[in-house]
Ligand binder design. Structure first.
Ligand SMILES: Cc1cc2nc3c(=O)[nH]c(=O)nc-3n(C[C@H](O)[C@H](O)[C@H](O)COP(=O)(O)OP(=O)(O)OC[C@H]3O[C@@H](n4cnc5c(N)ncnc54)[C@H](O)[C@@H]3O)c2cc1C
Length: 407
């Protein structure tokens, strides 16, 4: 029989699986990569900087960043979590830094250094890497597997680790070995609206509270929102898109977004306005706003939309106008009519059904000797380094447990 382990896919999870397996005692480990280059997603990740993980380490807070796989990751993270990944790279010569928002990057801000680190470790450990080796078919043998490579010979292995990311061929291979696939849909995208009234404020980012209604389902988040030419983006929208990915897909990307621009309730907003009005009766509403954090351009747009006269003074504001302003500031409603472009990151929601995986080992419950790690599984996270973290974790657990079979 050929190799102890063949890994299909030379991405983040594949390299972590290979390095871990061989460093834990496995003798022969091979990576088969379909394209001409390994670790291409790592190269383009984080705008070329590679957001490698996140500093969030409390497990229940951490799994909160995974719309799919939250439950299964609890046990996986008890074994290899964000702090283990941080130390793993640092101890192997890759210097890392933590940014204010908790995202972790290489100190050099270059994804090339992550690639160099993983490639060097794999080479030193004796992992063989074959590029241009797209695995077309897997056949089950008496004591292992036979893998057919497009236009080439075949390989044999005692164990297989499928790490093909969001590529459809990995899901097809899994299906051919008896696994069910949860239909893949996009995650981590911005929202487009038909309402272009905020277009002149595009580029503004501010902290807001948002409710999203998709059919009868409701989602709520708070955090930084970015106003774009076509609608909304920023961390809060990407997070909402991830948690509502399946519902939005089923509803053809139509939904209703309710934004509280002030992050305070109606009564608090009313009180602030009344106090401001008392003190600033003679001042123009357009030039004087009671809410410091609200950008002036946004304030002026809201007043224009609501038909406020540019010469209106605070003392002359009618009750009706005041209430319409409060409603606009605390519950502006926008209709989402399509999915906007992706941000810096994009992942697939869906993949190999989690019910069919043993999360102590990452081995298939259906096919002995077959393992999975990374995005090929129905696990995905929000932006912030959480997607790579899941790859490091599942790759590490798979590598360890395969090596353990022979120890
Ligand atoms: C633009 C962009 C930026 C991103 N930035 C970040 C970020 O900063 N932080 C973060 O956490 N996440 C980020 N992500 C998400 C992250 O890149 C993925 O979650 C991660 O790469 C998945 O790793 P993986 O090992 O599962 O699969 P991949 O990295 O996709 O690797 C799979 C490999 O398998 C190969 N393959 C597929 N099928 C076969 C086959 N049949 N035979 C042989 N080889 C095959 C593919 O060619 C590929 O090289 C980003 C994603 C994108 C698209």
């Amino acid at each position: 029989m050929g190799s102890d382990l063949i890994i299909i896919g030379g991405g983040a999870s594949g390299f972590m699986g290979a390095i871990t397996a061989i460093s834990s005692g496995l003798r022969s480990v091979l990576i088969l990569e379909g394209t001409s280059k390994v670790l291409e997603k790592v190269r383009i990740s984080g705008g070329g900087r590679c957001n490698i993980t996140n500093s969030c380490s409390e497990i229940y807070n951490l799994v909160n960043n995974y719309p799919r796989g939250e439950k299964q990751l609890i046990s996986l993270f008890t074994r290899f979590s964000t702090s283990e990944a941080f130390d793993w790279f640092q101890n192997r010569g890759l210097s890392l830094k933590i940014e204010k928002d908790g995202r972790v990057f290489p100190s050099s801000d270059s994804s090339d250094d992550v690639i160099k680190c993983l490639r060097t470790l794999a080479k030193k450990a004796g992992v063989k890497v074959f590029t241009n080796s797209h695995v077309k078919q897997i056949r089950i043998l008496k004591s292992g597997f036979n893998l057919l490579i497009k236009g080439q010979n075949s390989f044999e292995a005692k164990n297989i680790l499928i790490c093909t990311g969001g590529h459809p061929s990995g899901r097809r291979l899994a299906e051919s070995l008896g696994h069910s696939i949860i239909k893949p849909v996009p995650s981590l995208f911005s929202f487009s609206t038909s309402d272009k009234s905020l277009g002149s404020c595009s580029g503004i980012t501010l902290n807001v509270q948002i409710k999203l209604k998709v059919n009868k389902k409701k989602f709520a988040e708070s955090g930084p929102l970015l106003i774009t030419h076509n609608g909304f983006s920023g961390p809060i929208i990407l997070r909402l898109s991830a948690f509502s990915a399946r519902d939005l897909h089923a509803n053809k990307y139509k939904g209703e977004l309710i934004i509280n621009w002030l992050c305070i309730n109606e009564d608090e907003a009313r009180l602030k306005i009344d106090l401001f009005k008392q003190k600033n009766g003679k001042k123009l509403v357009f030039n004087n706003k009671p809410f410091e954090k609200l950008p002036r351009s946004l304030w002026n747009i809201f007043l224009s939309i609501l038909g406020f006269d540019s010469q209106l003074k605070w003392a002359d504001i009618s009750k009706y106008k005041k209430e319409s302003l409060i409603k606009c500031l605390t519950m502006s409603t926008y209709t989402i009519n399509s999915r906007g472009p992706f941000g810096e990151e994009f992942v697939t929601a869906g993949g190999v059904s989690l019910k069919e995986i043993n999360f102590k080992t990452m081995e298939s419950k259906i096919c002995h000797g077959l393992f999975f790690a990374g995005e090929v599984l129905d696990i995905d996270g929000v932006t912030g380094g959480f997607n790579f973290q899941h790859c490091w974790t599942s790759g590490w657990v798979a590598g360890k447990s395969i090596a353990l079979k022979y120890s």
